[in-house]
Design a protein around this ligand. Structure first.
Ligand code: URA
Length: 214
């Protein structure tokens, strides 16, 4: 299943517009805040797919039955652009266990490979894992991250969360990921360019959040 937030018009479109606009996106604080806000909105959408159980709560005037989350998911973030997006998820899944992956692109003339250098994650066996990677471009960092995470147990379900996704990335995940999963994205864009950037996309999300790397 691929959930695409902007298939239905909402205030989220205003945030997405500001992320994409090449002059507004230069305001780093605003960029990070919009990424964070969209993270929370997507967390809410993912929450609709989790399991709930009934609890009674005593109010000052009586009792109320309410379905609350049965288990917190595990949030795993791909550094560095994932950080503000992750923060948005954390506001809603505020008791979740968290993990971090350091992955970067290694570009050659003909190929783009993903190097994975850091992984800190809790036990994932049987858990609902939310993999937070804002730019779903080739899909290689998602697949490589999930493969590496299997050393921490096999999750029951993987929810892949992106700000913007390319059709090529969605297809790559479909061909390589053999676990139950869904993709949640705020927008599904047109394609990748020759440098594997999403078009029209928004540019380099990590640089826009934190500045260019050397
Ligand atoms: N990473 C980015 O930051 N932007 C893209 O368009 C693709 C990958």
């Amino acid at each position: 299943m691929t959930f695409i937030l902007n298939e239905v018009d909402s205030i989220a479109n205003n945030m997405l517009k500001e992320l994409r606009d090449k002059s507004i996106q230069q305001d780093r604080m605003r960029f990070r805040q919009n990424v964070e806000r969209l993270g929370s909105i997507l967390a809410y959408e993912v929450s609709k797919k989790l399991s709930y159980h009934e609890e009674q709560v005593e109010t000052p005037l009586g009792f109320s039955a309410i379905n609350v989350l049965r288990h917190q998911p595990v949030l795993i973030t791909v550094l560095r652009a994932g950080l503000p997006f992750f923060q948005g998820f954390q506001y809603f899944f505020d008791q979740a266990d968290n993990g971090f992956i350091g992955a970067y692109r290694k570009e050659s003339e003909t190929n783009i490979a993903i190097n994975l250098e850091y992984l800190a994650a809790p036990d994932l066996a049987g858990k609902h894992l939310i993999l937070i990677d804002p730019m779903l471009a080739t899909g290689k960092s998602v697949v490589k991250s999930v493969e590496a995470l299997l050393t921490h147990g096999t999750p029951a379900y993987v929810h892949i969360a992106a700000l913007v996704a390319a059709p090529e990335g969605i297809e790559y995940i479909k061909s390589k990921l053999h676990l139950p999963y869904s993709v949640y994205t705020c927008a599904l864009d047109e394609k990748l360019n020759t440098q594997s950037y999403i078009v029209p996309g928004l540019g380099d999300a990590g640089d826009l959040c934190y500045g260019e790397k050397l």
